[in-house]
Design a protein. Structure first.
Length: 384
C-alpha cells in the first residue's frame, strides 16, 4: 500500500468566519462550530407584572447544529464534510472534452493555460463522494500541484507531463494517478461514448476507494487553518466600494474563449465557453459562481518541443476581483509552496470574499490586456 504523509500547510486562519481548525482533534473547541447553546438577549429583558426581579429569556434557536463552515465556500455544511480533505481533479477543457461532468459541483475551480493556448481546469470538491461522475480527467501539469496543496487537497490526475514527475513523488503530495496500477482499474474508467484520452472518468465512490487504496488521510491536517476569508452571516454581502461595473467578465483565453455574465436575480456569474453556456452533463446545469479572481503571473516555455509551460506560483503580482456585478484591482502574494496565495485590495487589506463558489483565472502577464470587463451586457458581443 502506498503511503504518503500529508503536507503540513500553515495557512492563514479564517477567523472572520470561525472555520474548523485542527479538525483531527477529538477535543471540543471553538473552531468546529456545532453549537447547541442558547443566547440571552438582554435588550429584551422585561419584568412580569407582580413578580419583581424575575426576567424572561429570549431563546435564540440554533440553526447550525451538526454543521461547520466550509473552508472552500464559507458556507454552513455538514460538520463531517467540513473536516474532510477536498479532492482537486485535473480536467480537460477542449471541445473534445466537453460536455464536462461534475464541474458544477466544484466549490473552487482553477483555470490556467497549458500548451498550445488551451486551458485545463482544476475543480476542487469538498463533498466529492456525492458527485455522480467527473470527466474528462487529464494529466498533471507541474504548477497545478502548488494550487492543490494550498487547500490540503488530494490531487487526482491521469498521468503527467514529465516535468511534474519528481514533485508528484514527493512525500508531501497525496495524489491519485490513473497510471498507477493499483488505481487504473479500480478508480478510473473509460466512457465509450468519447475517444481517448478525453474519456477517462471517476465517480465519487471510486475516488473514495482510491483514497482508501493509497491510505491517505481523509481529514484536514491538524494545523490546517484554511485559505480564503469570507463575510459573516450577519453582514451584508460584500459590495466592492469604489469598484467598476462588471456585468460581463472576459478572461481572454484564446481557445475556449470564455466569459461570465452577472445574473442580478441570483447574484451569480454564469459561465460560457466555446460559444455557448458552460453546462454540466451530470445535471444539465450551467456553471455559476459567486466570486471570480484573476491572478496575473509571469511564465516561460519550459519545453519547446512539447510546449510545456512554467507558470509562476510563488511570488507576487496583480489581478482583479469580481463579485455582485462589480470589479476591483487587487494584488496577490504567495511566499512559499506551503503557504496559500493571499489577495489584497489597493489599500493593502486582505480581501474578504462573499460566501459561495469561486473561479480563479490564472492569466499570463503577456496577455493581461486581453482581460476585459463590460459595464453592461449591451456593450458585449458574444462570440459567434
Amino acid at each position: 500500500m502506498k503511503m504518503k504523509k500529508t503536507v503540513a500547510i500553515g495557512l492563514i486562519c479564517l477567523l472572520a468566519v470561525g472555520l474548523p481548525v485542527g479538525c483531527g482533534s477529538t477535543e471540543e473547541d471553538d473552531t468546529v462550530i456545532s453549537s447547541t447553546e442558547t443566547e440571552v438577549n438582554t435588550d429584551k429583558i422585561a419584568e412580569p407584572a407582580g413578580e419583581i426581579g424575575e426576567v424572561e429569556e429570549e431563546v435564540v434557536e440554533d440553526t447550525h447544529t451538526g454543521q461547520a463552515r466550509s473552508y472552500l465556500t464559507g458556507e454552513w455544511i455538514d460538520e463531517g464534510i467540513a473536516v474532510q480533505r477536498p479532492v482537486a481533479v485535473m480536467m480537460g477543457n477542449t471541445v473534445d472534452a466537453t460536455p464536462q461532468y461534475g464541474i458544477s459541483s466544484a466549490d473552487v475551480v482553477y483555470e490556467a493555460p497549458v500548451e498550445a493556448n488551451i486551458t485545463r481546469l482544476m475543480p476542487i470538491f469538498q463533498d466529492y463522494e456525492e458527485v455522480e461522475k467527473i470527466m474528462s480527467i487529464r494529466s498533471c501539469r507541474l504548477y497545478y500541484i502548488d494550487w492543490a496543496l494550498e487547500f490540503d487537497a488530494i490531487y487526482a490526475h491521469y498521468g503527467q507531463a514529465y516535468l511534474a514527475k519528481d514533485m508528484l513523488g514527493a512525500e508531501y503530495v497525496d495524489d491519485l494517478n490513473g497510471l498507477d496500477g493499483d488505481l487504473g482499474n479500480t478508480m478510473y474508467f473509460r466512457d465509450s461514448s468519447k475517444s481517448a484520452p478525453h474519456n477517462a472518468y471517476a465517480t465519487g465512490e471510486s475516488i473514495a476507494k482510491g483514497i482508501e487504496i493509497d491510505g491517505y488521510d481523509t481529514q484536514y491536517s491538524e494545523d490546517y487553518t484554511g485559505h480564503y476569508l469570507f463575510n459573516e452571516d450577519d453582514e451584508n454581502e460584500i459590495e466592492l466600494t469604489g469598484g467598476e461595473a462588471a456585468a460581463v467578465v472576459k478572461p481572454g483565453y484564446k481557445i475556449d474563449n470564455p466569459w461570465f455574465v452577472y445574473n442580478e436575480d441570483t447574484g451569480l456569474y454564469e459561465r460560457y465557453q466555446f460559444k455557448s453556456a458552460h453546462v454540466d452533463a451530470n445535471n444539465n446545469e450551467q456553471v455559476a459562481v459567486k466570486n471570480i479572481l484573476f491572478q496575473v503571473v509571469s511564465w516561460s516555455v519550459a519545453d519547446s518541443e512539447h510546449g510545456y509551460l512554467d507558470v509562476t506560483t510563488i511570488g507576487s503580482g496583480d489581478g482583479w476581483y469580481a463579485t455582485n456585478g462589480q470589479v476591483i484591482p487587487i494584488t496577490w502574494s504567495k511566499e512559499s509552496q506551503s503557504e496559500p496565495t493571499h489577495y489584497y485590495d489597493m489599500d493593502g487589506n486582505e480581501i474578504v470574499l462573499n460566501q459561495g463558489k469561486t473561479w480563479v483565472n490564472i492569466i499570463q502577464d503577456t496577455y493581461r490586456d486581453d482581460v476585459t470587463f463590460y459595464a453592461t451586457e449591451d456593450e458585449f458581443t458574444a462570440p459567434q
